[in-house]
Each structure stands twice: as structure tokens, then as C-alpha cells.
Design a protein around this ligand. Structure first.
Ligand SMILES: Nc1ncnc2c1ncn2[C@@H]1O[C@H](COP(=O)(O)OP(=O)(O)OP(=O)(O)O)[C@@H](O)[C@H]1O
Length: 246
């Protein structure tokens, strides 16, 4: 990060939940600076995906705010943010259309672009992810789990979003494929110059490509620090990973 880095995502004191009676997020604040990869970690059910859904706009905060750049987007629904290129959202597994080809899946992400722009953007993204070039005319159902995840990532990038939101990009992947998907995420940040906020279960692998991370516990932030610090933090290891640093 350089001195001119600016805040891309600014979540302030967010309280949110699925029913009026229960708060899942109990006053969460976090931020993502430009070109940062920030990871949200924590045990099952602590509210990681709920937080991502609230930043995306699937869920509206009961109180608090979500700013992207300087705009309060708390009340703006997800489809409007995707269309305006404010965010790209990559949900968990099984999110490509199996009967459509790789090219057609990508074109869906470019449905609000002109045909020429859309075709150019597909070519650009295929240069970043050569695996897609090789499978451009194959039905997405014939792609491996990792390839589908890269396709899903590339589709979200079609409208050139400023912020990419990823919900457990490594879910269901083998260790080798998982490493390739994380590599693709890291390459994306470098090449596209965007900010990434991702939820992950594979804490150590995610921390390796992250700049900072927030560790949640029952809807609140329990720890926040640079990824390199958290990777070696005994507190983090004991609380969430079940071991001390080697
Ligand atoms: N659509 C929903 N309706 C009602 N409650 C929900 C819904 N989605 C999640 N919850 C509840 O919200 C709480 C937090 O869930 P969330 O999915 O945010 O946790 P998480 O940290 O992402 O968990 P995991 O690591 O297991 O995916 C859980 O108690 C869950 O049961």
C-alpha cells in the first residue's frame, strides 16, 4: 500500500440480521483500502457471510453504514451496485451456468456493456486467466471446480468493479486447486488494481495472499491486524486454528 491509498470500503458500527428479533452482526466496523486484499475469518456461524452480504447489499443494516469510496451505499441494492461497477460479487460454489459455454457465462457479466466492449473485456480476462481461453467454447459444466471458480471470478470482473467481494472462494476445492484459485485472486488485484474483501475458512492459505484480516466472534470483531502478524499470532492460532506457530 502506498501513502496515497484511499479507503474503498468503510463499514461503520453495522448491526444487521435476518429477523427483527436477532442481531447477527452486533456493531461491526471494518475498512478496505485501495488495492488491498482483506480477509474475514472466524468460526462457523460467527457472521462472516452475513457481513459480506451486508456490504454487497443483499441485507440492509439495521443501524450503522456501509460506504464505498465516499458514497453511503447501505440502502442501494446489490444489482444496482454491480451494474454501476461499484462492486463485483462472487458467491460460494455452483454459481456458473453449466449448460452455457465459458464465453456465454462471461458475456452474462458484460450484459450492460456494448458488444464490442464485452468481447474486448472477455479477451482481456482470458489473457489474465489462460485456463479460460482453452475452455472458451466448452460448456461450463465440463470445467473443473477450480476452473469454474476462476470463471465465476472473471465474470464478476467483466464490468470492471472497484471492489471485489468473494464468499469462500476455496469452498470445496482440493489443496492444489485452492492454491491456484488464491493465486488467481492475487493476480487479479495486481492486474486490475482493485480492492478485495473475502470471507474464508482456509485461514492460513487466505492470510498468505491477504494484506490484513478481521477475525469475527459472535457478530463482533475479535481481532484485526496485518495478515503477516495474524499468521504468527498465538492468540489467533489457539482461538481459531488449534495450534501454535511452528
Ligand atoms: N438466510 C438466513 N436466514 C436466517 N438466518 C441466517 C441466514 N443465513 C445465515 N443465518 C444465520 O446467521 C448466523 C451467521 O451465519 P453466517 O452464514 O453469516 O456465518 P458464517 O460465519 O459465514 O458461517 P460459515 O463459516 O459456517 O459459513 C448463523 O446463526 C446462521 O444460522
Amino acid at each position: 500500500m502506498n501513502a496515497r491509498a484511499q479507503k474503498e470500503v468503510d463499514v461503520r458500527d453495522v448491526v444487521a440480521g435476518y429477523s427483527a428479533e436477532v442481531d447477527i452482526l452486533r456493531g461491526i466496523s471494518l475498512n478496505v483500502m485501495s488495492r488491498e486484499i482483506v480477509c474475514i475469518l472466524g468460526p462457523n456461524g460467527c457472521g462472516k457471510s452475513t457481513l459480506l452480504k451486508t456490504v454487497a447489499g443483499f441485507l440492509r443494516p439495521r443501524s450503522g453504514s456501509v460506504h464505498i469510496r465516499d458514497e453511503d451505499v447501505s440502502q442501494i441494492p446489490v444489482h444496482r451496485k454491480v451494474r454501476s461497477g461499484t462492486i463485483g460479487f462472487v458467491p460460494q460454489t455452483d454459481n456458473v451456468f453449466g449448460s452455457l459455454t465459458t464465453w456465454e457465462n462471461l458475456a452474462l457479466g458484460g450484459q450492460f456493456m456494448s458488444k464490442t466492449d464485452c468481447a474486448q473485456r472477455i479477451e482481456e480476462l482470458c489473457n489474465t486467466y489462460p485456463v479460460l481461453t482453452r475452455k472458451l467454447n466448452s460448456p461450463a459444466a465440463s470445467l473443473s471446480g477450480g476452473e469454474r471458480q476462476v470463471l465465476s471470478l472473471a465474470r464478476a470482473l467483466m464490468p470492471r468493479p472497484r471492489v471485489l467481494l468473494l464468499d469462500e472462494p476455496s469452498a470445496g476445492l482440493s489443496p492444489k486447486t485452492l492454491a491456484e484459485v488464491f493465486e488467481a485472486i492475487s493476480a487479479t488485484r495486481d492486474k486490475e488494481g482493485i480492492s478485495v474483501l473475502m470471507v474464508e475458512q482456509n485461514a492460513m492459505e487466505a492470510l498468505r495472499i491477504s494484506d490484513r484480516a478481521y477475525v469475527l466472534s459472535v457478530g463482533t470483531v475479535a481481532l484485526e491486524n496485518k495478515a503477516s502478524v495474524l499468521m504468527n499470532s498465538p492468540e489467533m492460532r489457539e482461538l481459531y486454528l488449534g495450534g501454535r506457530p511452528h
